[in-house]
Design a binder for this molecule. Structure first.
Ligand SMILES: Nc1ncnc2c1ncn2[C@@H]1O[C@H](COP(=O)(O)OP(=O)(O)O)[C@@H](O)[C@H]1O
Ligand SMILES: [Mg+2]
Length: 277
């Protein structure tokens, strides 16, 4: 069996999240920068779907479009059949930056805040849910700590707890572990997968690391350099942290690299499939 298969979207179910022909642009005056062009993808419930591509290919822009912060110049993003036009508590993001947590709030207050602000829960319930998720990420001893007293990895755990406490339809993660040292990054990947395995959620995860994409994702969308277009979609459910370093994993890394940076195929899906089979 080929170690890496190019898959077509599931035929059997309706996707939770659907991007169709998504072209994203930033305009200033009469000047426009095109970030992505004509991007299609489908994310199904329980997927760990990864957007992978080089820096500047529009991954963060796609996440912003899913988040409802950036309206497509062409195409649509829809969630549960409804076109996304604005942000909502059904899409919560975790970013790379450690300063995403207000420093004047404790861990507990940080995790409770979106539940209260979005009126998703009353004070007692918000407190209970926040404490549950703080424990799930292993920070029960730090409920009353302030962010500046925590390590980078711990801050990212708080951000993950805060996001998952909202029970979003899709958890959005934009290079959440990119600023961490290599060992902590591995631990965080492991913890994210453990959290998913304990109670699956739907994840849309952005990275420019091929290894991270293969470890974290069950499906990977490969984007070309700027402006990002879909190069191929890969099935990577067979890889996990245990496979990193193995021969099959190394082959998959190399093939993914070739698919990302090889000569642009005329028709990405067909050509990618030829390469894979
Ligand atoms: N706020 C912005 N204004 C103008 N151009 C932007 C803005 N944000 C991103 N871009 C441009 O859009 C392209 C894609 O950026 P981005 O989505 O951040 O890529 P990635 O996350 O893959 O590194 C880049 O060329 C970038 O310079
Ligand atoms: Mg980015």
């Amino acid at each position: 069996m080929a170690p890496l298969q190019v898959v077509r979207p599931h035929a059997q179910a309706e996707p939770l999240l659907r991007a169709r022909g998504v072209t994203l642009e930033y305009r200033s005056g009469d000047h426009a920068v095109r970030a992505t062009q004509d991007v299609d993808f489908d994310v199904f419930g329980g997927d760990r779907f990864v957007l992978l591509g080089p820096s500047g290919c529009g991954k963060s822009s796609l996440l912003k479009a899913v988040g409802g912060f950036l309206q497509p110049a062409a195409g649509t993003v829809s969630l549960n059949g409804h076109v996304v036009t604005r942000p909502g508590p059904d899409r919560i993001a975790v970013f790379q930056e450690f300063d995403q947590l207000p420093p004047w709030k404790t861990v507990l207050q940080n995790v409770m805040f979106p539940l209260l602000a979005s009126k998703s829960a009353g004070r007692a319930e918000a407190r209970e849910r926040a404490r549950h998720w703080i424990a799930r990420v292993g920070l029960e001893r730090f409920e009353h700590a302030y962010p500046h007293t925590l390590s980078g990895g711990m801050k990212q755990r708080v951000a993950i707890a805060r996001a998952l406490a909202m029970q979003p339809a899709v958890l959005l993660m934009d290079e959440p572990f990119a600023a961490l040292d290599a060992l902590t990054r591995r631990t965080m990947q492991e913890e994210l997968i453990r959290l998913w395995a304990e109670a699956p959620f739907t994840l849309l995860f952005v990275t420019h690391s091929i290894e991270e994409a293969l470890v974290v994702g069950n499906r990977i969308l490969l984007l070309s350099p700027h402006p990002g277009r879909v190069r191929a979609e890969l099935n990577s459910h067979q890889f996990g942290l245990h496979s990193a370093g193995g021969a099959e994993f190394q082959q998959a890394v190399e093939r993914t690299h070739d698919l990302l940076f090889g000569v642009p195929p005329e028709s990405h899906v067909e050509t990618a499939e030829r390469i894979a089979l």
